[in-house]
Design a protein around this ligand. Sequence first.
Ligand code: PRX
Length: 634
Amino acid sequence: MNKMQIKTLEEYREKYAQSVSDPEGFWEDIANEFQWMKKWDKVLEWNFTQPDIKWYQGAKLNITENMLDRHLEARGNKPALIWEPNDPGQQFVSYTYRELYEQVCVFSNALKKQGVEKGDRVCIYMPMVPELAIAVMACARIGAIHSVVFAGFSATSLADRINDAQAKLVITADGLNRGSKQIPLKRVVDEALGNTLCVEKVIVFDCLGWQPHMKEGRDISWSDAIAGQEKKCPPEPMDAEDPLFILYTSGSTGKPKGVVHTCGGYMVYTAYSFQNVYQYEENDVFWCTADIGWITGHSYIVYGPLLSGATTVMFEGIPTYPDAGRFWQVIDKYGVNQFLTAPTAIRSLMAFGDDHVLSYSLDSLKVIGTVGEPINEEAWKWYHTHVGKERCPVVDNWWQTETGGIMISGIGNISPQKPTFAGYPLPGIQPVLLNQEGIEIEGANEEGYLCVKFPWPSILRTTYGDHERCRVTYFSHYDGYYFTGDGAKRDEDGMYRIIGRVDDVINISGHRFGTAEIENAINTNKLVIESAVVGYPHPVKGQSIYAFVVCDREIPSESQDFARGEIIESVVAEIGKIAIPEKIQFVSGLPKTRSGKIMRRILRKIAEGDMKSLGDTSTLLDPFVVDEIVENAL
Ligand code: PRX
């Protein structure tokens, strides 16, 4: 598949120019590198008004045929997936392409036996075990639409996602390992299913040997489900524009929305971006430390690498267990060539000092990547020096759940590196910076709203069950542009630096939460009348949550910790531990304009400890409330 690869900066420039002057020709050449059951009638048809975007119309394919069947002849005995368990003392598991193909077929047949058909939604709430990747691919093989929910979400969040997608079947496990802890999953599913009517069956993988309660007629163990199933299952012919999966993500308003990706375009773009950004070569071992519950895990643990015939590493554990050298130990253990992690992980490991990382050779590494949030210069340099040994390029991958694949990034050792700059757009990606009025900024070193003016194959097609929400959120801010929600800057060489979200989205350890979503969770607490949350800089997590809470009574200082605990419990119940506010300040009122709008700008400054730049507060409904908040700030 190396016809897809750019090998020099000059080639990048040529391909980029071609992708702009002749996008259809460009993406047709790339698509020709895959196996299609029937080729397309038309490469692209689109408008960003409705929006209506169709790639490779009329084509038929199955993405798993491209990930598995296609590789059997040349790569049947090559490791496809290596699983590193949480406990370093436990034996790792490796699947060759043939073994993975067989396991996916077996589980595809098991799903069919449970009544799953093409177009049905299947919710996957699983630990980071190989069966999670197998379940994802089995859905894709039979044309069922998978909706993976990160296993840190609460029963309420899980139920919301199951209901929104009207999932027919749930795949889960008894529980999961996370460092020295074990966390229940089946119990959470049982609770969630108390608030859903659509789920007919639950398949339960045995991860911890807990033997959880099984509901008669609904629940079946993974081993019973696969018993006697054949190792062959024909791949379902899918239209290029048939949905492949739904993945829920947070925005600035309302509940998380189900971003929908489709089969053809997502396949082409994840493989293309993987092979170029990481300069993948045959027999390289690629490791992305994300969880498959997020888009990074979908695109760069499962789809991109396996479409490319690569060996992908999947890790069950956490970076600090049993010690802060775990990542580096695993890299040496498997001879990992390309490594992708998040700035938050880098910062947390930096805090343990250099000894851990210096204890390992890391000689196998060729390219190291970061993703999910802006990386600060200090973390970039530490990563480049101690992990990349100043030998490996650091590729900073900017993209989003909605974009399906990496959009702006360094390209292996081909493109120049500049700490804190993501880099150039990949071929086929046409970013622009817009000013307040929606006019494109042409000059260098100015900040603007990051938008994209032309479709690429893995752009989201809709938000599940609510196309209007997709239009309003992404295509209505600026006519004719996809709006990312990020602010960015471009230097004189055309490299982009991502500044961060310009909407009410907080990025905690690379995970997105809407302020409204967290406020709704806090407001479910019986003590609370209203609340406002803002993000503030955090040395490890990137951002953290600061909540300003108005209660129905004054909370005396000796009871405040107890009340905080109660509010945290509400957030854990509604969303999960990942969204716990770091700081909760009880206030008698919130700064509001006369029209009732909360002035988050002021709260953000207070949370940052920047009391000098609060600006003019005289127009507020009650300016004195600000003085009180400042005085008691945490
Ligand atoms: O604000 C940007 C930030 O994460 C957002 C997308 O989050 P999500 O859909 O969860 O996907 C994360 C993994 C792709 C973006 O709008 N973001 C992501 N990558 C970067 C980034 N910010 C700066 N630099 C990055 N490399």
